[in-house]
Write a protein that binds this ligand. Structure first.
Ligand code: FAD
Length: 511
């Protein structure tokens, strides 16, 4: 609960100190997996906000990718990952990801993660029967239950690379903790957008914190939108898996017309970004805020058996998907960019590590291959801890030519709220972007970034972090005059060779 905090190691002893070997910020899979490994090497404090279920990890439902099926291989997985990333995947990092995947799945099994099994082996999703449109081969062990850990505080701002200031979630009282290794595992920034599959905690805090401490942040323009999230008034945008389309689900506009064949010969099985943009176009064309995903023509029993979670969630919200089409719209889903790290999770600041969705290892490039993100969390969390033991204190080299942010301009931009940021990002820096919208967003976000007072509590801290992350997205998206992966510019609809490079921002202590 948010009223108390405890460290993984100190919980049993019932004491909280002020100095640790490891401080880990975040308690999703990346943070908790790192904590479980780190406790073998020293004292550990996990700082988090909200309850143990407040994280993206809690909502993952598709699976974790690993090339452990017959006929699959790390090399094939690598090729798929590189292809999905549209020319920007860091091959060294992706090779690490795919070659260490099987070992990390074994670790998870050893730790007691309850994967489904079939005849004594981990059950793989059989994609020939149920194709995930973005996945060409069988590679998806069902999603594990979240690992359990401890809960309690909000990492407010880094004083230095080996110290962190935390706000008590109930009293807003600040405490400082020092450590030998500071590991950020704060997840993504999906809350930048009005419609998002990410929970309210996904406000990019770790990315903002690292940037302000002077670390490099990269690839922020690449935000993956999931094409089909449930769109029902008052109901959270629950993810309707792509496998629903793979099973024969058909997309129709609100007038009942099937539209995907008009946009792509692969129709409903076209890649994520193509389907998402087609849906946006139909939403704009009809004036509705959603389209319909129709499975009513499929066998009822099969739909219920194949998608029990989706069926149950929708039924609880008053919708029987076997009898009525599902209202869906695209939703911000995954933050490809983040704190730049090398293959050891080292940021550009010595002593500061990052893993999980808040980090940018380069494995996703411009577009994440479905189910690679859970894998990335465990592969690189393990590497972070290994590095702290074998070769502590290093850092990823700074990039030459990192883009410096232009100074924020104070202007007539009004007072920001989370809703105002989300609405602007949705309209001006969402799935379809152009120079006009991005320039407007950049100007307003810069003004907000410059004028926001120093945060005093969780709410103001989250708003400040959202504004900064959004500003980095708008600025990078404006600079990148091409379309690539998840970044689509209607004024530059093609990929351009000269843009086969990364945009890197280097922060500095401004507040
Ligand atoms: C609906 C949905 C479905 C998904 N399905 C899949 C899937 O099938 N397969 C797949 O591979 N990926 C999937 N993903 C993506 C995947 O779940 C995430 O990328 C992954 O879980 C991220 O793990 P993480 O530990 O890095 O971050 P999270 O799980 O988001 O955890 C972040 C933690 O940091 C804490 N935190 C944040 N800010 C602070 C702060 N300032 N101070 C202290 N603590 C803080 C949060 O409270 C939270 O505990 C899905 C995501 C969503 C939203």
């Amino acid at each position: 609960m948010a009223t108390r905090y405890k460290a993984l190691q100190e919980a049993e002893a019932g004491t909280i100190g002020s100095s640790y070997d490891y401080i880990i910020v975040g308690s999703g899979i990346a943070g908790l997996y790192a904590a479980l490994l780190a406790r073998e090497h020293g004292s550990v404090l996990v700082l988090t906000k909200g309850s143990i279920d407040d994280c993206n990890t809690r909502w993952a439902q598709g699976g974790i990718a690993a090339p452990i099926g017959a006929g699959d291989s790390a090399e094939k997985h690598l090729r798929d990952t590189i292809e999905a990333g549209a020319g920007l995947v860091d091959e060294e990092a992706a090779r690490v990801l795919t070659s260490e995947a099987a070992a990390r799945i074994e670790d998870l099994v050893r730790l007691g993660v309850p994967f489904d099994t079939s005849e004594g082996e981990i059950a793989l999703e059989i994609l020939t029967e149920s194709p995930d449109p973005a996945h060409p081969s069988r590679r998806l062990p069902p999603h594990p239950e979240p690992i359990r850990g401890s809960s309690g505080r909000t990492g407010g701002g880094a004083l230095a690379v080996r110290a962190v200031r935390a706000l008590n979630a109930m009293t807003d009282e600040a405490s400082e903790y020092s450590c030998r290794h500071l590991i950020l595992a704060t997840g993504g920034a999906g809350q930048m957008y009005r419609v998002s599959t990410n929970p309210a905690v996904a406000t990019g805090d770790g990315i903002a914190l690292a940037y302000r401490a002077g670390a490099e942040v990269t690839d922020m323009e690449f935000v993956q939108f999931h094409p089909t999230a449930l769109r029902l008034p008052g109901v959270q945008p629950f993810l309707i898996s792509e496998a629903v389309r793979g099973e024969g689900g058909v997309l129709r506009d609100v007038r009942g017309e099937r539209f995907m064949p008009n946009y792509d010969e692969r129709a409903e099985l076209a890649p994520r970004d193509v389907v998402a943009r087609a849906i946006v176009d139909r939403i704009e064309g009809t004036g509705a805020d959603h389209v319909l995903l129709d499975v009513t023509h499929l066998d009822r029993g099969h739909v219920i058996a194949r998608f029990p979670q989706i069926y149950r969630f929708c039924l609880d919200a008053g919708l029987d998907i076997t009898r009525e089409p599902i209202p869906v719209s695209p939703a911000a889903h995954y933050t490809m960019g983040g704190v730049r790290t090398n293959v050891w999770g080292e940021t550009t600041l010595p002593g500061l590590y990052a893993c999980g969705e808040c980090a940018c290892t380069g494995v996703h490039g411009a577009n994440r291959l479905a189910s690679n993100s859970l894998l990335e969390t465990v592969v690189f969390a393990q590497r972070v801890v290994q590095r702290t033991v074998e070769s502590p204190g290093g850092s990823a080299p700074l990039r030459a030519g990192a883009v410096a942010l232009s100074e924020a301009v104070a202007a007539e931009a009004g007072v920001p709220t989370r809703e105002a940021v989300q609405a602007m990002m949705w309209e001006d820096a969402g799935m379809v972007r152009d120079a006009g919208g991005l320039s407007r967003a950049k100007a307003i976000l810069s003004a907000w970034d410059a004028s926001l007072p120093a945060p005093t509590d969780r709410e103001s801290q989250e708003l400040t972090d959202l504004v900064l992350c959004s500003r980095l997205v708008a600025e990078a998206a404006l600079l990148r005059e091409e379309s690539r992966g998840a970044h689509y510019r209607s004024d530059f609809p093609e990929a351009r060779d000269e843009w086969r490079r990364h945009l890197v921002f280097r922060g500095g202590a401004r507040n």
